[in-house]
Ligand binder design. Structure first.
Ligand SMILES: *[C@@H]1O[C@H](CO)[C@@H](O)[C@H](O)[C@H]1NC(C)=O
Ligand SMILES: *[C@@H]1O[C@H](CO)[C@@H](O)[C@H](O)[C@H]1NC(C)=O
Ligand SMILES: *[C@@H]1O[C@H](CO)[C@@H](O)[C@H](O)[C@H]1NC(C)=O
Ligand SMILES: *[C@@H]1O[C@H](CO)[C@@H](O)[C@H](O)[C@H]1NC(C)=O
Ligand SMILES: *[C@@H]1O[C@H](CO)[C@@H](O)[C@H](O)[C@H]1NC(C)=O
Ligand SMILES: *[C@@H]1O[C@H](CO)[C@@H](O)[C@H](O)[C@H]1NC(C)=O
Ligand SMILES: *[C@@H]1O[C@H](CO)[C@@H](O)[C@H](O)[C@H]1NC(C)=O
Length: 512
């Protein structure tokens, strides 16, 4: 029986975790687990056993030495000759991701089908896998996507796995399979592009392959899939607030601040805060075991009046504005900002605030900000004029780019534009052309517009680079239980498992 530990931040951490652009991270599937036994019935080390690999700090300059990179592994399903299946949870502490060793996830389902062994590798600069004991700008110099790709290579060719024969399973001796969800899904695609011979096959779930500075598609997908009464009313309220905030009418501006009980000095902070409940959409999953329904609590606050649901077009601006304001002041703010002033909790303009200056390790927000500010963007903004929007158009890339200068003043003397053009050229973004690469995506995933299944695109699914889309949310097909409740997700899982089977049958060692 596998329980779920959601990454929904607890109330105390809510404001901080929400302040940074929401990370496209995959979810934990956590203990309790049974003690694993191998195919011969021999008891194996507990799944939470931590192993350490001496990883190069700089793949361009090995003389800089090594750091300890954490990994977890099991060989419950392994049969000699089987594939080595590896994943990284990407931009987060990998502790607690043992579910990615078992058949609670697609990794274990592949291992079970193919007689494979499973590994979870912590990504450099997250959790306790750090080249240096702080996250200063100087220390972050080796926090690049290319170094993370090179980590896979050096790991695969040099690790001695604890399992029987584990010192003879390099990619020259056994097929390796890379799996990743979300950012790690993008990393999976990038790795196939950059090192075509390292992994024989790969599975990218909700892989955000295309780096995009103004990622307004995030909210556009939510707008289309959320209850339409709630969508209509949120659009009406946000449209009204944008009109007032750009009018310069101080009296009306103050009246809106009073309605929400939120007196922030910067109007972009005000409208940014209003987007926070919309981010709850990312915590939805088809399986009741994995989902968090906070998003619908927000919609209910707007749409249920005296026990009656609003019709499709909503209740309209007047009621929605008052209902949102009252829920905000009485429910949301007291729990989200407990023990803090509104400015401390929701303002973004204090460059001396701890969340900008804290350089201690295992601070995933900071490590992820380094990647988005430099490379990937993904700033979750309001839609451009001419498109309907559920988030204020006052939220534009500069809102986050300014914060990049507070996090990393030694790196950015002015707001940076992330190098997305270079990224999409170097790692091919949407135009990836690879062999034996499977993409699984979800219709309702707010990250879908950065995947090969983005709206307004039509990248072909082929026998060697298959694309399957189910009705899921973010990374839904990675979790076995989601396939048990949604046949469209079961189909993505089955297609992916069949692709892996066919591709692994054709394995030959890479030419050397
Ligand atoms: C299981 O036993 C067989 C026969 O003794 C042996 O060849 C194989 O390596 C064992 N498998 C594992 C995973 O230990
Ligand atoms: C997962 O593995 C367990 C044994 O560890 C087995 O009992 C169960 O049926 C498997 N589940 C799936 C979905 O294959
Ligand atoms: C960060 O760590 C490096 C390497 O250990 C050290 O030289 C440097 O002084 C540290 N920087 C700060 C600001 O603590
Ligand atoms: C998709 O195309 C429509 C119609 O041209 C356009 O209005 C919309 O902005 C596009 N959506 C995205 C996410 O680019
Ligand atoms: C917000 O705070 C400022 C500064 O303290 C104050 O001048 C203003 O009247 C307040 N506005 C509202 C609506 O409470
Ligand atoms: C209207 O809102 C209610 C309450 O949030 C929701 O249960 C219902 O599905 C919505 N109906 C439509 C048509 O959007
Ligand atoms: C931050 O702190 C420094 C010195 O500690 C001070 O000079 C600076 O004015 C402060 N900046 C802000 C925005 O408060």
């Amino acid at each position: 029986m596998v329980g779920a530990l959601l990454l929904l931040p607890l109330c105390a951490a809510l404001a901080h975790a929400l302040r940074v652009p929401r990370m496209p991270l995959a979810q934990k599937v956590a203990p309790p687990y049974l003690v694993p036994v191998d195919r011969n019935g021999t008891e194996l080390p507990p799944l939470d056993t931590v192993y350490y690999f001496d990883q190069l700090i700089d793949h361009n300059n090995p003389s800089l030495g090594t750091f300890q990179q954490r990994y977890w592994q099991t060989w419950e399903y392994y049969e000699p000759g089987g594939p080595i299946i590896i994943t990284t949870p990407g931009e987060q502490d990998a502790d607690g991701f043992e579910g990615f060793l078992t058949n609670a996830t697609i990794d274990g389902l592949i291992a079970q089908q193919q007689g494979g062994a499973t590994i979870v590798l912590e990504h450099r600069y997250y959790g306790l896998s750090n080249p240096y004991n702080n996250l200063s700008v100087a220390s972050l110099q080796y926090h690049t996507i290319q170094q993370a790709i090179d980590d896979f290579d050096y790991f695969a060719y040099n690790v001695e796995l604890a399992m029987p024969g584990g010192d003879h399973v390099t990619p020259n001796e056994a097929p390796w399979v890379l799996i990743g969800g979300s950012y790690a899904g993008a990393l999976t695609s990038f790795t196939k592009v950059n090192k075509p011979d390292l992994f024989w096959a790969a599975w990218a779930s909700s892989g955000v392959v295309e780096s995009i500075v103004n990622y307004w598609g995030y909210f556009d997908i939510i707008r289309k899939h959320m209850p339409q009464n709630c969508s209509s009313d949120v659009q009406a309220v946000i449209g009204y607030i944008d009109d007032v905030f750009t009018s310069g009418n101080i009296q009306e501006i103050n009246s809106i601040k009073t309605t929400f009980g939120m007196n922030l000095s910067h109007l972009d902070d005000f409208v940014s805060a209003l987007s926070y409940p919309i981010f709850y959409w990312q915590d939805l999953q088809p399986s009741p075991e994995l989902t968090d329904l906070s998003f619908f609590e927000f919609c209910d606050a707007l749409e249920v009046k005296d026990g009656v649901n609003a019709p499709t077009e909503g209740w309209g601006l007047d009621y929605a504005l008052q209902a949102w304001g009252s829920w905000w002041e009485n429910d949301f703010l007291p729990s989200a900002c407990e023990g803090q002033t509104i400015e401390e909790c929701l303002g973004s303009y204090d460059a001396n605030a701890t969340y900008y200056t804290d350089i201690s390790v295992n601070n995933a927000d900071r490590s992820w900000m380094w990647i988005v500010c430099n490379y990937m963007g993904f700033f979750q903004d309001g839609a451009p004029a001419g498109n309907p929007t559920i988030v204020s158009r006052l939220i534009e890339p500069i809102y986050t780019e300014r914060q990049c200068t507070y996090y990393f003043p030694e790196a950015f003397s002015s707001p940076p534009t992330p190098q997305v053009t270079w990224m999409n050229w170097e790692y091919e973004g949407w135009n990836v052309q690879s062999d034996r690469l499977f993409f699984g995506n979800g219709q309702r995933d707010p990250w879908r517009d950065a995947t090969v299944s983005a709206d307004n695109t039509s990248f072909p699914s082929t026998a060697w680079q298959e694309i399957e889309v189910g009705d899921g949310f973010h990374c839904s097909e990675m979790y076995t239980v989601n396939g048990q409740v949604d046949p469209t997700i079961a189909k993505v899982q089955e297609e992916g498992l069949a692709a892996m089977k066919g591709w692994l049958e054709t394995w030959t060692p890479p030419s050397q």
